[in-house]
Ligand binder design. Structure first.
Ligand SMILES: NC(=O)c1ccc[n+]([C@@H]2O[C@H](COP(=O)([O-])OP(=O)(O)OC[C@H]3O[C@@H](n4cnc5c(N)ncnc54)[C@H](O)[C@@H]3O)[C@@H](O)[C@H]2O)c1
Length: 352
């Protein structure tokens, strides 16, 4: 295996350059090529990093000694492109969502099994310090019995954002709206922390934007462990407020706001018993504000992506499993597809 793993990025739009920056920050990774159907986009990104530009994936795979390809194309193309990469014997990282249909995800998992390469799905917020800390506490059962978990995503996207790519806000290539595109990060964190979702009931609507898919959604969830939960999300919530992930159990609570742990209180740390009415608001931790992707999709730092790419490098070198493999990548998509089905049928949808 080479000292530096050789990467290629397919799709040089908004997120492709973030991956390029992440790869450049890792000592054992190098970007050797990029692919985009628009030659000027491929040339621009390739020029910034000394990589070779291509306009067709197969030409790149035939010519370059690449180890890992990162797919940053529109969501409904992830499966087809990732399978092409895996069939060439290369490892693949796909941006979220893994894909937008169960059939495409099944095929990706089958091809991954047949070829034996590694497949990772981007869910970079699982690598944030706050998410890892809360996940470790869940594993230690520090929250006691989990009772309630909420994901709240009151974001803002302009009509220009949806008009900036002909795939945005379409069922065919975006696979949905605020749930499938923006909230999938929070939905993945919620199910990672609270455990598998057993059933969903949801409402969706399109209230602000000219687009096919939803720009507002709410859902109630039943988790397999008996806890209940909610998802509330919008991209028409001007000016865009921070995401909140809330985890409540009978022995503790945690709130992650804007990727920071803004509240944590565990019974095991209490020196004396708290009042029967719980902790007063004055005792609660103060929340720190910070600019985020709630308002601007391009306001993305590459550091969490770098941690996830480093996790893929570890999996390849140790012949292990990436933290978010294809089976993990499937969970949030199943929840979202369940909410869409519920919104259509006006019925609770069982997922387990
Ligand atoms: N993890 C995150 O935080 C995050 C943030 C933004 C986007 N994304 C995901 O990344 C993906 C891309 O989103 P974006 O906002 O960068 O989109 P974009 O439209 O800005 O960029 C997509 C690029 O892919 C290129 N492309 C399309 N089909 C291609 C093909 N067959 N071969 C090569 N290139 C092709 C397009 O020309 C375009 O340059 C989506 O799946 C999105 O959900 C993830």
């Amino acid at each position: 295996m080479p000292e530096k793993l050789r990467f290629s990025i397919l799709g040089c739009g908004v997120i492709g350059p973030v991956h390029a920056e992440a790869i450049a920050s890792l000592p054992d990774a190098e970007l050797i090529s990029v692919v985009d159907i628009h030659p000027e986009k491929a040339q621009k990104l390739a020029g910034q990093y000394g990589a070779t530009p291509y306009t067709q994936l197969q030409h790149m795979l035939d010519k370059e000694p690449v180890d890992v390809v990162i797919i940053c194309a529109p969501s409904g193309l992830h499966g087809e492109l990732a399978c092409q990469v895996m069939r060439s014997g290369r490892h693949v990282i796909v941006e979220k969502p893994m894909e937008i249909t169960r059939e495409a995800i099944d095929e990706m998992l089958q091809v991954q099994q047949a070829t034996g390469v590694k497949l990772a799905v981007i869910s970079q917020h699982r690598f944030d310090k706050a998410s890892l800390q809360v996940h470790n506490l869940v594993e230690e059962k520090a929250f006691g019995r989990l009772v309630l978990g909420n994901a709240i995503v009151p974001w803002s996207r302009s009509q220009e954002y949806y008009d900036s790519g002909d795939w945005r806000g379409t069922w065919k290539l975006d696979g949905g709206g605020v749930l499938m595109n923006q909230s999938i990060h929070s939905i993945d964190l919620l199910q990672w922390l609270m455990g598998p979702v057993k059933s969903v009931f949801g409402y969706t609507d399109t209230l602000v934007h000219r687009m096919e898919t939803e720009d507002v959604a709410v859902a109630v969830l039943r988790f397999a462990n008996g806890a209940l939960g909610t998802i509330a999300a919008a991209t028409g919530a001007y000016p865009g407020v921070t995401t909140r992930i809330e985890i409540f159990g009978d022995k503790g609570s945690a709130i992650i706001e804007n990727d920071n742990l803004s509240f944590l209180h565990l019974a095991r740390d209490d020196k004396e018993a708290i009042s029967s009415y719980g902790v007063s608001p004055q005792e609660q931790n103060k929340v720190e504000g910070k600019s985020s992707t709630s308002q601007n999709p391009a306001a993305l730092s590459a550091s969490s992506h770098a941690l996830q790419i480093a996790d893929m490098i570890r999996a390849i070198r140790e012949d292990g499993t990436p933290l978010v493999d294809g089976y993990e990548g499937r969970h949030p998509v199943e929840i979202i597809l369940g909410i869409y089905e519920s919104a259509r049928t006006k019925k609770e949808v069982m997922l387990l």
